[in-house]
Design a protein around this ligand. Structure first.
Ligand SMILES: [Zn+2]
Length: 168
């Protein structure tokens, strides 16, 4: 992996460990009281094979009682990409650089590249559209993550992984 990109990924991983999640609210019912810590699980860092510990919570609100986690900035659900990696990827694509070369430069696999081709533009366009409705995280969720990253990733999960994260 090129030195510069590795440094960026390392920094992003370190940022994630600072756990700048924003206010804790239930993913399912948005309740902010009556939430208890409820174990942890591991997820992969943005590069390499190391894992980060993610806190799980249990919402004790009467009609909810479901578990959830809040991924720390800059992690996104399921994707091993951060928003700035998606933006960098799309910029390189726009410059007509070959996928093989982009993979080498960003230190990502072809599978990840195809994921970014398929989803990257949709994600950034959705952020632009949503930002116009002035959610707490506007204009961009990576600005001041301790203030509102949790609200952003809640919306992100519901939008892009509705089968798994939409409210039922
Ligand atoms: Zn709840």
């Amino acid at each position: 992996m090129p030195h510069q990109m590795l440094t960026i990924l390392w920094n992003l991983n370190e940022i994630a460990k600072k756990n700048q999640t924003g206010p804790i609210a239930c993913h399912w019912c948005n309740n902010q009281n009556n939430i208890i810590k409820y174990g942890t699980y591991q997820r992969c860092e943005l590069c390499g094979d190391r894992q980060v510990r993610i806190q799980r919570f249990l919402c004790k609100h009467d009609r909810c009682r479901r578990t959830f986690s809040i991924l720390p900035h800059p992690f996104l659900r399921i994707a091993r990409f951060s928003l700035c990696m998606i933006a960098a990827f799309l910029q390189l694509m726009a410059r007509k650089i070959s996928i093989a070369k982009i993979c080498r430069r960003l230190g990502i696999s072809r599978t990840m590249a195809y994921w970014a081709i398929e989803n990257g533009r949709d994600i950034l366009d959705w952020i632009d559209r949503e930002a116009k409705t002035e959610p707490t995280w506007a204009p961009f969720p990576c600005i001041d993550p301790p203030g509102h990253w949790s609200e952003f990733i809640r919306m992100f999960a519901m939008k892009f992984y509705p089968q798994r994260y939409a409210r039922t």
